[in-house]
Design a protein around this ligand. Structure first.
Ligand code: ACO
Length: 435
């Protein structure tokens, strides 16, 4: 814990049974509410805290991303997501997340060069892929293949070596789009496309997804720009479920590829990254605009969830959702899609929900996933690949957070405590005496 986090203030806790009182120091970050340092709670009072879902628990100190959920603010290393989405590009955002500063032009060129030259995967991985069923969910394949990277790239698994940690970070950022596109190509029975070094990150991904070896493929610049922006919007989001999973796995000293595979598994859930897929399933189920009021009633009756709405931290409009909605209109106009029933339904649902007391009272606003599925679908990305794209983009956030954890001298193995409510001590009954 850095010395400049300490304040002269404290919070006292008194055990009303014994009268014992302990003071806990208050810490302050650059922004955000003050934090009670309760590390001495157990030694001082003999209690644990109970906080399912960690709604009030800070698990780490971090310098990477700041969110003010009430104000709808998201910043990476101090830069607002709006400014990054508008003025930056994904490679620059990756550098910023990893290294803490925007790159100079020489640093940017060097970084892009490094990432570009790590995009190919070990040739043996092609055989590894062939062990999966063709109809496997791409996220299942991603979990397996990324975890297996430790077997293919063993020379970057020594986490005590900062150089190996950096090489693993570069390999993960560079190879994720290749692996993601391979999962798609494998599922439709097309040959894997090798990455092309003359294309940028987003262009290369679209090329590997949609090109075939027998004809030339030109990437649409509006779509690659939109893809780059989608990558920026998903790059990091402080201590969310998948990032916390990566950190928890990393705290044991597990190798970076295993940690990122754990993050991918955590992201897959519909309450997290799987929501973009769930939004389209929900819109498909509702079918037409006329059915929206009946669906909203079911949500209020707790029979349905409004997927793509609500967030643990944002109790205001998710700033990423606003940019995503704008990008959605750009993409549909570029593709000359004038009447997209899914978009019409999404806009209508958003308006109804934003004005309905049920959603207003609970501060439920659209999150980043509400519009992303519609854009991705318009770009021809199959629904089962939506969460995979999220994983590609979030890899930099996961690996930046993992690197911060490993370099932190104060880091300890993550090990929560519990409130035990099971059986009291009892004697073992031999089998013949059990009823
Ligand atoms: N639809 C309907 N009601 C909801 C929704 C929703 N999407 N989200 C929350 N609520 C309701 C809850 O039922 C609860 O109502 P109550 O007070 O009457 O019991 C109230 O709002 C508060 O909800 P919590 O469950 O306390 O919110 P929590 O912070 O635990 O959950 C979460 C956040 C998991 C994101 C939730 O809003 C959700 O499941 N949303 C849908 C899935 C989704 O879009 N996930 C993507 C999140 S963003 C991301 O990961 C990229």
């Amino acid at each position: 814990m850095p010395a400049d986090s300490k304040t002269n203030e404290s919070v006292s806790m008194i055990d009303n049974t014994t009268g014992k009182k302990v003071d806990f120091p208050l810490l302050t970050g650059t922004e955000g509410p003050k934090v009670i340092d309760i590390r001495t709670l157990y030694s001082g009072l003999g209690f644990f805290t109970y906080d399912p879902g960690y709604t009030s628990t800070g698990s780490t100190e971090s310098k990477i991303t700041y969110i003010d959920g009430d104000a709808g603010i998201l910043r990476h290393r101090g830069y607002s997501i709006e400014e990054l989405a508008e003025k930056s590009d994904y490679m620059e955002t990756c550098y910023l997340l990893l290294h803490g500063e925007l790159p100079t032009s020489a640093q940017k060129e060097d970084f892009e060069n490094t990432i570009t030259r790590h995009t190919m995967v070990h040739d043996q991985m092609n055989n590894f892929f062939r062990g999966f069923r063709r109809d496997a969910h791409p996220m299942a394949v991603m979990c397996g293949v990324v975890g297996a990277m430790a077997a293919f790239y063993h020379d970057s698994t020594d986490i005590t070596d900062p150089h190996q940690r950096l090489v693993a970070s570069h390999r993960l950022i560079a190879k994720m789009p290749t692996i993601a596109a391979m999962t798609y190509k494998y599922s439709i029975g097309q040959p894997f496309m090798y990455p092309r070094n003359d294309l940028d990150y987003a262009e290369n991904f679209l090329y590997m997804m949609f090109a075939v070896p027998c004809e030339a493929y030109k990437v649409n610049p509006v779509l690659s720009k939109a893809m780059d922006r989608i990558f920026i919007l998903h790059a990091d989001h402080e201590q969310n479920a998948s990032t916390s999973t990566v950190r928890l796995a990393g705290s044991t000293g597990a190798n970076p590829f295993a940690c990122i595979a754990a993050g991918i598994a955590s992201l897959w859930g519909p309450a997290h990254g799987g929501a973009n897929e769930a939004v389209l399933a929900m819109l498909g189920k509702i079918g037409t605009k006329e059915n929206i009021p009946a669906f909203i009633q079911k949500v209020k009756d707790k029979e349905e969830m409004l997927m793509g709405f609500g967030h643990r931290v944002y109790k205001n409009y998710d700033p990423r959702a606003k940019i995503m909605a704008r990008t959605c209109h750009e993409v549909l106009s570029e593709l000359n899609i004038k009447n997209e029933p899914l978009l019409d339904m999404a806009i209508e649902m958003e308006q109804i929900a934003l004005n309905d007391k049920y959603f207003v009272d609970r501060k439920l606003y659209p999150n980043v996933d509400f519009y992303s599925g519609i854009i991705l679908k318009a770009m021809g990305i199959p629904v089962s690949m939506f969460t995979v794209l999220f994983a590609v983009a979030r890899t930099v956030g996961w690996i930046a957070q993992w690197s911060e954890l490993i370099a932190d001298p104060a880091q300890k193995i993550g090990r929560p405590r519990q409130l035990y409510t099971g059986a009291a001590p009892r004697n073992y009954a031999p089998l013949h005496l059990r009823k």
